[in-house]
Design a protein around this ligand. Structure first.
Ligand code: HEC
Ligand code: HEC
Ligand code: HEC
Ligand code: HEC
Ligand code: HEC
Ligand code: HEC
Ligand code: HEC
Ligand code: HEC
Ligand code: HEC
Ligand code: HEC
Length: 318
């Protein structure tokens, strides 16, 4: 009995004609383009905060130019056709793309609809951020950006530390790259959108490290004297990469070394039982050339000065 009554009431409600649309909305609905696009100007009526600064947004450029079809410009370029939204006079569920309701994956697809080409230096769909559901709008804020350039939700260092607090500690160590001091950015070495699909060190977790020229390690962009090619390459530098000896962020050891001394750094690889792993040459720690009992021999790079590669000497002595 009550159910029937309820049914009657509900169907009566459903049949109540909708509130008549205020004129601006009715006009916008009447002039909607195929697909249900109504243009950006009508939004101001109900979303004054979001619209008032929008003319400064890089996404406004195409609105200003007036050359772009409504589907790929302005508010509806991201939020989808809004005709139904106007007819309903608002509501989160009536607009095709409400970021508060969609999944990170759907947000990513929305942005990549236009930005896939810009981000083509990274494997964005498979980046560790995308895999972990850290999508575009975790880092970019379209409506309340803290940096006008790149529309970031916070200045870059704070943005990254917001989720990677442990890295802040690394950049506060006695020897470090000066990121906290503002001389460098995370993005000098990382691409938050992901590493390219093919990286210079394919077997190894890419950690979203960027590339310098071509396919090189990012370090060479600034430390170009280490670039080579050298007549005599140190395989460790070329094959394993800078990080095998250096901590890229910071270290308690001078020169950002991973190990407490140069000596222990070298012996990590040159450690064949009692020699440098090259028994056949007969050079070992107690050989005439390397008397390890003498402290003189312990700082390997006082003699092997061109440890990153040499054009003159096979053993990097000059
Ligand atoms: C480049 C894509 C993009 C464009 C263009 C865009 N938005 Fe948004 N909008 C977003 C994203 C992403 C969010 C989620 C909140 C955030 O990240 O800032 C959002 C959130 C919103 C919200 C709800 C949150 C709030 O701050 O009130 C409204 C309303 C909104 N947009 C309206 C608009 C209007 C109106 C326009 C045109 C003037 C517009 N948007 C243009 C991407 C866009
Ligand atoms: C008649 C008033 C009105 C107009 C005009 C209007 N909206 Fe809305 N809009 C609303 C209301 C109300 C909501 C629901 C807000 C809520 O529930 O927090 C909403 C929600 C939204 C949301 C969802 C935000 C979210 O993620 O939660 C987006 C996006 C949005 N509007 C975009 C637009 C765009 C784009 C236009 C212009 C084409 C537009 N709106 C025009 C009233 C309006
Ligand atoms: C309809 C196409 C379109 C969509 C969808 C879109 N963008 Fe854009 N975006 C553009 C255009 C066009 C520019 C301006 C490029 C320029 O300045 O020449 C731009 C600029 C940007 C910039 C500024 C780049 C800079 O150099 O400062 C960022 C950041 C950005 N978009 C992020 C996003 C994010 C995040 C989303 C998803 C929420 C998104 N965009 C969705 C078209 C789009
Ligand atoms: C983890 C944070 C993060 C995520 C997630 C992220 N971005 Fe970015 N994005 C940045 C930072 C930081 C910059 C500035 C890079 C710089 O300083 O060189 C940037 C720059 C950009 C630029 C302008 C420069 C360029 O490379 O073309 C665009 C466009 C852009 N992002 C779009 C997107 C889109 C689209 C997504 C989602 C697919 C996205 N971003 C996801 C942090 C992020
Ligand atoms: C919203 C949170 C968030 C923000 C903001 C963020 N990240 Fe991440 N980041 C993550 C998550 C989650 C992962 C994947 C889990 C992990 O490996 O720690 C990740 C992974 C990474 C990795 C790979 C880690 C590894 O162990 O291989 C790097 C590098 C990275 N982020 C750098 C950055 C940089 C640079 C920025 C700033 C431009 C940034 N992140 C901003 C959440 C975030
Ligand atoms: C000088 C270049 C450089 C700078 C600047 C840099 N990174 Fe890194 N980062 C690297 C390299 C290289 C690795 C990979 C190390 C490895 O594989 O052993 C790495 C690894 C990481 C990792 C994963 C491993 C870990 O230690 O947790 C995260 C997360 C990370 N970086 C975040 C950041 C953030 C956040 C910033 C900025 C505050 C930043 N990085 C600045 C070069 C850099
Ligand atoms: C954006 C430029 C830039 C990039 C990229 C960069 N560095 Fe540096 N690096 C510097 C500068 C500048 C210094 C000088 C020290 C300072 O800033 O205090 C430095 C210092 C160093 C030092 C210590 C030198 C000394 O005499 O104490 C080492 C080791 C080093 N970098 C290794 C690396 C490695 C490894 C990478 C890649 C993971 C890298 N750098 C990427 C700019 C860069
Ligand atoms: C085999 C270990 C090893 C590898 C790999 C390595 N380095 Fe070094 N690097 C060292 C040692 C040891 C020192 C300290 C030399 C000294 O104090 O005499 C050093 C010093 C440095 C310095 C400061 C002094 C100088 O020569 O400018 C920079 C900068 C540097 N390395 C950058 C790099 C870069 C960039 C890479 C990758 C291209 C790299 N290193 C790879 C071992 C290595
Ligand atoms: C990650 C491993 C690794 C580390 C660390 C390392 N090396 Fe090497 N080193 C190699 C490899 C591999 C070769 C090539 C060996 C070969 O060709 O037989 C090599 C070659 C050399 C050679 C030339 C040998 C020859 O006859 O061609 C010298 C000298 C040398 N290393 C010195 C050092 C010193 C000094 C250090 C410490 C600063 C060091 N290495 C750290 C792996 C490493
Ligand atoms: C006092 C100078 C000096 C110091 C210090 C020194 N070396 Fe050498 N090292 C040499 C000379 C000279 C040669 C070349 C010997 C030859 O050509 O027969 C050599 C050759 C090598 C070779 C190549 C072996 C080969 O087959 O030719 C390796 C590897 C090496 N040193 C590693 C080290 C390591 C690791 C340390 C630090 C523990 C170190 N050296 C410290 C002078 C030094």
């Amino acid at each position: 009995m009550t159910l029937v009554l309820l049914g009657v009431v509900l169907s009566a409600l459903a049949q109540t004609p909708p509130k008549p649309l205020p004129k601006p909305l009715a006009d916008a609905v009447a002039s909607a383009q195929p697909g249900g696009y109504v243009g950006s100007s009508v939004c101001r009526m109900c979303h004054p905060n979001v619209t008032q600064d929008f003319f400064r947004n890089p996404h406004y450029k195409s609105v200003a130019s007036g050359k772009e079809p409504l589907a790929t410009t302005g508010c509806e370029g991201c939020h989808g056709p809004a005709k139904a939204h106007l007819e309903a006079q608002g509501g989160k569920t009536t607009i095709p793309v409400a970021f508060s309701l969609i999944t990170p994956r759907q947000a990513l697809d929305t942005c990549l609809g236009c930005h896939a080409k810009d981000l083509n230096r990274s494997d964005v769909r498979r980046s560790q951020h995308s895999q972990a559901d850290v999508a575009c709008n975790s880092c970019h804020s379209i409506h309340k950006p803290q940096t006008p350039k790149y529309l970031l939700a916070a200045n870059q260092t704070n943005l990254c530390y917001g989720c990677h607090g442990n890295v802040r500690t690394q950049f506060s160590m006695p020897f470090k790259h000066r990121v906290n001091e503002g001389f460098m950015n995370c993005s000098d070495c990382h691409n938050p959108h992901g590493s390219p699909a093919a990286t210079w060190r394919s077997g190894i977790r890419p950690r979203m490290v960027t590339h310098a020229l071509g396919n090189e390690q990012p370090c060479l962009k600034c430390h170009s004297d280490k670039r080579g090619p050298f007549a005599f390459e140190h395989a460790a530098v070329r094959v394993d990469g800078c990080e095998v000896c250096h901590n890229p962020h910071g270290s308690t050891n001078a020169k950002l070394l991973r190990r407490t001394s140069v000596f222990t750094t070298c012996l990590e690889c040159h450690n064949g039982a009692g020699d440098f792993g090259r028994q056949s040459d007969g050079i070992n720690l107690q050989s005439p050339t390397h008397d390890m009992r003498s402290p003189r021999y312990q700082n390997c790079t006082t003699c092997h000065v061109r440890i990153h590669g040499s054009n003159a000497d096979r053993t990097f002595l000059r």
